[in-house]
Design a protein around this ligand. Sequence first.
Ligand code: GLU
Length: 391
Amino acid sequence: MNFSNRIHNLKPSGTLAVSSRAAELRAQGHDIISLSLGEPDFPTPSHIADAAREAIQAGFTRYTPVPGIPEARDAVAEYFKRFYGVEAARENTMLSNGGKQVLYNIFMALLNPGDEVLVPAPYWVSYPDMIELAQAVPVPVFAPISEGGKVTIERLECALTPRTRMLLLNSPSNPTGVCYSQAELNALAQWAIAKGLFVVSDELYDQLVYDKKLCASLSPLWRRHPESIAIVGGLSKCFSMPGWRVGYALAHADLIRQMSKLQGQCTSNICSIAQKAAIAALLGSFASVDAMRSEYRRRRDVALAIIDQWSGVTYPKPDGAFYLFLNVSCMFDEKTPDITSLCTWLMETAGVAAVPGSAFGDGESLRISYSIEEKTLVEALNRMGRAFLDK
Ligand code: GLU
């Protein structure tokens, strides 16, 4: 068959590829612990699941308006008021199939062929491919561990060209878990706006910040520059709802209208039942979110106590999300000269699946997710530690 250049050039998602390979090996009887996928291991909180059950029982199963039912859009606006004190109208919000579709909608609505997007690296695996699908050019700007894994204005400035159109920020970061402070986020966004760029702030993990002082969002700055900023959020991680596919946007009403036009031609509304669940999540009690955050923090500390014994391995300390991004270049040798071969070797010898950092724009690191129960996490890390020691 002849496929389009577009599909030919598109890489499969690195995270999904490793996790399906791990599942395949497990199905063949191999003893594999997967630390590959960023998928919360907690059940969806019961009051959210109850709202969905009620929606089914009430026959709420028809098409809805493309950007979402009014109550769900209002719930998104209310969320920003509740946590960040930001006033937004229904017209500033919409719901899409996960944060992924929100990002895709934004890129397709704003980018022209050849436009450049500054993407701090390491970056989440799907950003470059999504940007390329919009025929634009991702420009990685590397943030080294020695600088806390955070990008600086100086580094962004060096990557700026007359074709730069957008800056993409992500805090807490996937894959590092690094969190920018409010002042750092504001400074980066203000620099970008002064350069005439549009700023996309991916805040998918905003409720999973361990230190309250680091809780930050560009939504207050959006209020002052609604034409220059869009916020991306979602329920997958913070509310343990990855399979429900609920993402949301906060943006200028004109951008929301264009994104809805695109979504209307692609997928229409998100699942009607998931919208009722989203209302319960965004407006309801956050006690279960608080409990999950505490548990992730505990697991981070347990994991770091083990990893700190691996000599030569370095990382930026995660303040949120549930990832560790480990520079393991000290383990490269003749048999495993790069990160892909090292991850394959880990899978084969230690039975642990981790995602090669090359998928995130860093060929010296690997990503592990600690969204897995503590006992299994410890077992996986001990296996990795033993394998590294025997090297
Ligand atoms: N966002 C998660 C991750 O980075 C889920 C997988 C994906 O959508 O790529 O692992």
